[in-house]
Design a protein around this ligand. Structure first.
Ligand code: NAD
Length: 296
């Protein structure tokens, strides 16, 4: 099918490549030329604005960094809401349920459906097509895009109210954020006690402490000191803040969320918000005076 994609960064780029490989025709737009060039080389057509994308296709996807950017691209001046052809807007970004509902209400006035479709599984999952794809929105529009979304991974239809999939995504990322923070403290403790972190991870991954941090990010991106998982601290902090905001709005206790949010605030200010989120371990290393590195 013909699909528009707005935002082809860390996640949008590999997802767009998978759509092309599956035989879909893409119209793409990104504010960065270096992001669009590799896709144009693969046959994607370039649009000049979000509205231009929405003038040319019925289905427009977006993978954008921050909720205010998603809102502007969807409903602002030059946004997809003004497009002549668009019938549905599929938001692959982590936008949060509040903004998702606001966008859905605005788009509905123009008979454009909003389908929330946040994803989990990182850049590696986007490349391999093994993402968890969480979907909420009108069933007829989900039916139209389900096959295309399944190119990204496993599709889970969460419900039909706008934002429901976003709530699941926030819960997921809060857990991922917590496990990165907790695993950082646990492994740094072992290193300070003189234990090889690689051995410690082997034990934990064979035991009950296993998490995606201990089985994925620590062995792949932290022990080799590459810090290249492909997810910026700014985005993790955004997700934890959105989760905290949502839990508070729902009247749910947020003791853990508050603590985890403050650790990510510290990572952003000490390491840089634009740095990879795996640098959270360095904030713990600095205080403990050790480095998490495989023993020779
Ligand atoms: P990114 O910053 O790498 O990519 C975003 C892209 O959007 C960039 O190429 C940027 O140039 C473009 N962009 C920004 N403003 C724009 C605008 N106004 N119009 C058009 N393009 C614009 O971010 P990412 O890591 O790919 O994340 C995208 C979304 O997916 C975020 O909401 C993030 O939270 C979520 N997410 C990321 C990961 C990950 O591991 N990176 C995993 C799951 C979900």
């Amino acid at each position: 099918m013909e699909i528009g994609i707005i935002g082809v960064g860390m996640m949008g780029q590999p997802m767009a490549k998978r759509l092309i490989a599956a035989g879909h025709s893409l119209i793409i737009y990104d504010t960065r030329n270096d992001a669009v060039a590799p896709l144009v080389a693969l046959g994607a057509k370039l649009a000049s604005s979000p509205q231009d994308v929405a003038d040319r296709v019925e289905t427009v996807m977006a993978s954008l960094p921050e909720p205010h950017i998603v809102k502007k691209v969807a409903t602002g001046e030059g946004g997809v809401i003004h497009g002549k052809k668009i019938k549905r807007f599929i938001d692959l970004s982590t936008t949060g349920p509040g903004v998702a509902a606001e966008i859905a209400a605005e788009l509905k006035k123009k008979n454009i459906a909003q389908v929330d479709s946040p994803v989990s599984g990182g850049v590696a999952g986007a490349i391999k097509g093994t993402l968890a794809v969480m979907v909420s929105g009108p069933q007829p529009d989900i039916d139209v895009v389900k096959d295309a979304l399944s190119v990204f991974g496993t599709v889970f239809v969460v419900g039909h109210q706008p934002g429901m999939a976003q709530t699941v995504k926030l819960a997921n990322n809060f857990l991922s954020a917590s496990s990165m923070a907790a695993t950082s403290e646990a492994i740094v403790m072992g290193v300070k006690a003189g234990i090889d972190p690689a051995l410690m991870l082997d034990v934990i991954n064979a035991g009950s402490g296993r998490t995606t941090a201990s089985s994925g990010k620590f062995p792949n991106n932290i022990l080799p000191r590459t810090f290249d998982a492909g997810f910026a601290t700014a985005l993790m902090l955004k997700d934890v803040r959105l989760c905290l905001q949502e839990a508070k709005a729902l009247g749910v206790p947020t003791d853990m969320m508050g603590m985890v949010a403050s650790l990510w605030e510290r990572t952003a200010s000490e390491m840089g918000a634009d740095k990879d989120f795996t640098t959270i371990v360095q904030t713990v290393e600095k205080r403990a005076g050790v480095t998490v590195q495989k023993k020779k």
